[in-house]
Design a protein around this ligand. Structure first.
Ligand code: BGC
Length: 717
């Protein structure tokens, strides 16, 4: 439809109709008898149930049949306005692949894109038009439950992951929404929904990067976040919502609030009345209000009294109609809803295979003294609360069904073609103290050649509203691991988590640690392949693994202090009293950003630059020799980092600037190159300009952010 026709539609609407265009409620509200799901029945405020049929968009889509029946009822009510269904399709729709944090560890954007396409295809046939994904909030604090939804602590990599997801969603036929804008991941102390205080520099250089990068792929929506930023709720931040997003970045799509966030302006202590919430949100640049109804209740009156301009309201409504138009819904209001195709594409063999590959590439091998891969002939005991459960699909698992998820035991037994002794030992519950299952776990372990213990945190202990103050493996499981260790058998830990858990207390007990995050539908099959070497681990962690909860937030791209420690040791051990650090803890994480082992080994050598000086506007090329010195084929993610040694504002000790995932056969070697140009060296200078400053730089290359080869170069005028 032409723009001018959309404008005509807007001008034909009453103020009440316009306000409803900007109102979004969960679909179950259309059914008075419906059981409340997830968030419970909402406070409908000033709108009656009948009016809900006239909202512009709707949250959630139960299935294709319901979507079709709702569309039919609307037609019968004489409503011709197209009606997009929006849902959180976060890491799969029915075929669930690993949580986004795990996907990011694959360092494989093609695979990330394929997985997003798979999710979009399944979802769109079942009636979904828009997903609230990707979530690209920077995650530096593992206590925050929502780090599982993002791509970790690196701003550049978060942007690359977000972009790949958007491409995939578009390929699969759904629109998408970048969230949660902005800075939600900086919640103080990792406490969910908590306040954030982020300087302009920190925002621009780190927190905003990924959202901005996502714009390159033209996402249709942005979602505002729940948090306060520097004393004001995001919805009250014209500087962020209008000056930056709309004017500076030129985003002309729809901005939607997070669930209930408009009304929460009152709870924040920012707006006294519902009327004020509506005024602040609309004039602050928000289009759709999700999960509350102050727009529907107050916007018409606010326009009539001149408190907000009708032109501003019209602009927001027009953007919603433009979205429907982009979705092709004026010509084809049913869009891709197609029950027959849905049945063909849902949980298909090829979809499951992609999701299994994602498990194999996203899992991170943190430790291995040679016990892995296991021999198929070895007698193993499978223990731990996650060995046989299907509850490893992950939080925010869309329409994924737990019963469709493959547990580890099933995957291992299928691979081995025989039954394997199993005992859970204990439950996964955080405060459980029941040790009555230990004995059986010890008994079967004592008879085995090797113990595989599936431990960690339950999928519902991360995600929205699931922050944790103590991110160790729960105590009951730590006790179980200590008992198993005493048996003096090789002990493999398969660790589940929606965040990097603190592993310090169990690390020494384990001969190998395979970190599998929350792996989704194909979890058990992918994990079995990794354990038995049918797949070679290649995941690299995108978040530093803290040694203790007290180290959070911890991230590799930090600044040097004026008193860097000479030795990375607790002061109480090193005696370095006057150096910054902890008395009782190391400064470094247990496993650094970018870390992950393989069943083979890679050697880096001969780091060279085409020139030691680079002129502005010019480029130089770095090369390094990479050799697979082990006895198996495998993938390595070569990581390039840069440090600007002295600048008008201090630069991080290392920043990831590029990477390449390389496959090398055993014994094979290859020269890997990386182009450095001025663009890569830019930052917000002391004058606020985005520019590179001349001077000395360090270039690092390696298989993680800690163990790198290093050389120097200079930027000259
Ligand atoms: C979450 C969002 C999500 C929305 C809709 C909110 O509670 O913060 O990430 O998109 O609900 O389900």
């Amino acid at each position: 439809m032409e723009q001018k026709e959309l404008k005509k539609l807007v001008s034909a609407m009453s103020l009440e109709e316009k306000a409803l265009q900007l109102t979004q409620y969960p679909v179950y509200e259309l059914d008075e008898s419906a059981e409340a799901v997830v968030t419970g029945l909402c406070d409908l405020g000033g709108i009656d149930r009948e009016a809900l049929w006239h909202t512009g968009t709707i949250l959630n889509a139960p299935n294709g049949e319901t979507v079709q029946s709702i569309r039919k009822t609307r037609r019968e009510k004489g409503i011709s306005d197209p009606f997009p269904f929006m849902l959180d399709v976060i890491h799969g729709y029915r075929t669930i692949y690993p949580v986004p944090l795990a996907m990011a560890c694959t360092f494989n954007t093609a695979l990330i894109e394929d997985c997003a396409e798979l999710a979009a295809t399944e979802a769109s046939c079942d009636g979904v038009d828009v997903t609230f994904s990707p979530m690209v909030d920077l995650g530096r604090d593992a206590r925050w439950g929502r780090v599982m939804e993002g791509a970790g602590e690196d701003p550049y990599w978060s942007g690359e992951v977000g972009k790949a997801m958007i491409r995939g969603y578009h390929r699969g036929g759904i629109a998408c929404c970048v969230k949660h804008f902005a800075g939600y991941g900086a919640a103080e102390a990792g406490r969910e929904y908590n306040t954030t205080d982020i300087s302009e520099r920190n925002l621009r250089e780190y927190y905003l990067c990924a959202y901005r990068a996502c714009l390159e792929e033209q996402p249709e929506l942005f979602m505002s976040s729940f948090n306060l930023l520097n004393g004001k709720p995001i919805l009250g931040h014209k500087e962020i919502m209008i000056d930056l997003l709309r004017k500076e970045w030129g985003f002309d799509g729809v901005v939607i609030s997070d669930f209930g966030a408009v009304e929460e302006l009152h709870e924040h202590g920012y707006c006294e009345t519902g009327r004020d919430c509506a005024r602040v949100a609309l004039s602050g640049g928000l289009d759709i209000e999700m999960g509350s109804s102050v727009y529907a209740s107050y916007l018409p009156e606010l326009v009539r009294t001149g408190a907000v301009s009708e032109a501003q309201l019209d602009e927001a409504v027009l953007r919603v109609l433009e979205l429907k138009n982009k979705l092709g819904m004026y010509e084809n209001p049913e869009r891709n809803t197609d029950l027959q195709k849905r049945d063909e594409v849902t949980l298909s063999k090829s979809g499951r295979a992609i999701s299994r590959r994602a498990v194999e590439e996203g899992s991170v091998l943190l430790k291995n003294n040679g016990v892995l891969p296991l021999k198929e002939s070895a007698k193993i005991a499978l223990v731990g609360p996650f060995a046989s459960t299907r509850e490893i699909i992950g939080n925010w698992a869309g329409k994924g069904r737990i019963e469709e998820c493959v547990p580890v035991k099933e995957g291992v037994e299928k691979l081995l073609q025989r039954a394997v002794p199993y005992a859970s030992g204990c439950s996964w519950k955080l405060f459980d103290t029941d040790e009555s299952g230990f004995e059986e776990a010890e008994r079967i372990s004592a008879q085995a050649d090797c113990i595989v213990a599936c431990v960690g945190e339950h999928m519902m202990n991360s995600g929205e509203a699931h922050s944790r103050a103590d991110i160790r493996i729960p105590e009951i499981q730590r006790k179980l691991i200590a008992k198993l260790h005493k048996l003096k058998k090789p002990l493999v830990l398969v660790v589940f988590g929606g965040r990097p858990l603190v592993l310090s207390e169990v690390e020494a007990f384990a001969d190998a640690i395979l970190y599998v995050w929350q792996p989704g539908t194909e979890g058990g099959n992918g994990i079995a392949n990794l354990l038995y070497g049918k797949a070679i681990p290649c995941g690299k962690t995108v978040m530093s693994f803290p040694r203790s909860s007290g180290q959070c937030p911890i991230y590799y791209n930090c600044f040097s202090t004026g008193r860097p420690k000479k030795q990375d040791m607790p002061s109480a051990l090193s005696g370095e009293e006057w150096r910054t650090g902890y008395d009782d803890e190391y400064n470094s994480p247990l496993y650094p950003f970018g870390y992950g082992l393989s069943y083979t080994e890679f050697m880096y050598s001969d780091l060279k630059l085409s020139a030691a000086r680079m002129k502005r506007g010019g480029k130089i090329t770095a090369t390094v020799n990479l050799k697979n010195v082990g006895s198996r084929d495998g993938y390595e993610t070569v990581q390039w980092y840069i440090r600007d040694l002295f600048a008008s504002v201090v630069r991080p000790v290392k920043e990831l600037k590029g990477y390449e995932k390389v496959f090398l056969k055993a014994g094979e070697e290859r020269s890997i190159s990386f182009e450095i140009n001025e663009e890569l060296l830019k930052f917000y200078t002391d004058g606020g300009e985005y520019a590179a400053e001349k001077g000395a730089f360090e270039l690092f290359v390696g298989g993680n952010s800690r163990d790198c080869l290093k050389t120097n170069f200079e930027l000259v005028d």
